[in-house]
Design a binder for this molecule. Structure first.
Ligand SMILES: [Zn+2]
Length: 365
């Protein structure tokens, strides 16, 4: 009995989006291409369902959607090479270089940019059926970067053997349908039939989650060190904080705020141990927390939005962390497509790493 996935377009094993997602050019782009190359235009003719609307997602935003790299099992005669990643040395798998997956056969990776460990091309599959042991496991290079970050955060090392093991355990079609792998966020597009559905409104699924046009400029704008009004000790309001009229004194005795007797250092210590929601509640209860140190918002971004790793490169004194916190909260879902996809993939990678942890503890069978 065949495995249905064997006949589907190959998908990224981490984000589950097909490598063959396409984009329909805008009329303006078509005009420009027509002037240059009529044959190229013919190949990109508008056709319902042929791709995402180019006026919604740009070529730059989709950069890398057709690019993959693979994990392969090391052969018995495997020899380490210069350029191997640390996490490859002690693993039973190794990485290929990048390839553009656009050939006629869905099971051909395409030619890798460079030959690594003698591999210039590979057969690829998402399931563990008849081929899993020898064929490559494909993923977007950007998604693998996110997987690495989640691994380091959760496990302390990059567990590519764990990723392979999870695919072996969950790669069967029956498992996929019942156990949340691939994730619900894209399952309906991947499984309705063999091809990707370019459903309007899902363009963000194809946006590069690492190289996001406009994101660094946005961060730079908010960390403009020329703005002298952004002093590090400037007191900023908390998002979701109550207005003064909403404040009450649940934690007061005889009209006295019990926190008002504590030294500022201790108040700061308390804030550092709380979530944004707890801080908002605390501010409802005590006027001692009416104003918050801006650097607290950097801490909150780090702990509650770890997928915005670019903040570590910002000027700590020249950045308005409160503004940045609010911007990131709003922008990841409603602004840049790549940010929305990054958050989605980060959470999917977290689920994969949780499965790896379960298999490490022998909990999955
Ligand atoms: Zn991916």
């Amino acid at each position: 009995m065949g495995n249905k996935l064997s006949y589907c377009e190959r998908r990224c094993q981490i984000c589950t989006v097909s490598f063959r997602v396409k984009r329909v050019p805008t009329p303006e782009e078509e005009d420009a291409w027509h002037a240059r190359d009529a044959a190229a235009l013919q190949a990109l003719q508008r056709n319902d369902g042929a791709g995402y609307d180019g006026s919604v997602i740009s070529t730059e935003e989709m950069k890398g959607i057709n690019t993959l790299r693979c994990l392969l099992q090391k052969p018995a005669d495997f020899v380490p090479e210069e350029g191997d990643e640390d996490f490859e040395r002690d693993s039973s798998c190794f990485l290929t270089d990048f390839a553009v997956h656009q050939g006629p056969y869905i099971y051909d990776s395409g030619t890798f940019n460079t030959v690594r460990h003698g591999v210039s091309e590979a057969k690829i599959t998402n399931d563990n059926g008849n081929f899993g042991g020898e064929w490559g496991m494909p993923f977007h290079p950007a998604c693998f970067e996110i997987f690495k970050r989640v691994c380091l955060r959760k496990l302390g090392f990059v567990d590519i053997d764990g990723l392979w093991r999870v695919r072996d355990l969950r790669g069967l079609f029956e498992y996929s349908m019942g156990c949340g792998f691939p994730p619900l966020s894209v399952r309906q597009y991947a499984f309705d039939d063999e091809k990707w559905h370019h459903k309007p409104g899902t363009e963000y699924l194809a946006a590069n989650p690492v190289d996001i046009p406009g994101f660094q400029e946005l961060l730079n704008h908010l960390s403009d060190s020329e703005d002298t009004s952004k002093e590090p000790n400037h007191q900023a309001p908390s998002p979701g904080a109550p207005s003064h009229s909403q404040s009450h004194s649940a934690l007061t005795t005889s009209g006295t705020d019990i926190f008002s007797t504590l030294p500022p250092e201790l108040l700061t210590e308390i804030l550092w141990s709380l979530s944004a929601r707890d801080i908002a509640n605390l501010r409802l209860a005590s006027r001692s927390f009416r104003t918050l140190p801006p650097i607290l918002f950097k801490h909150l971004i780090r702990t509650e939005m770890p997928y915005f790793w670019e903040i570590d490169g910002l000027d700590p004194r020249g950045t308005d962390w409160a503004d940045l916190y609010k911007m990131l909260q709003h922008n990841w879902s409603s602004g840049l497509l790549g940010l929305r996809n990054r958050v989605r993939i980060w959470h999917e990678a977290e689920k994969i790493v949780e499965m790896i942890q379960e298999t490490n503890h022998g909990l999955t069978h």
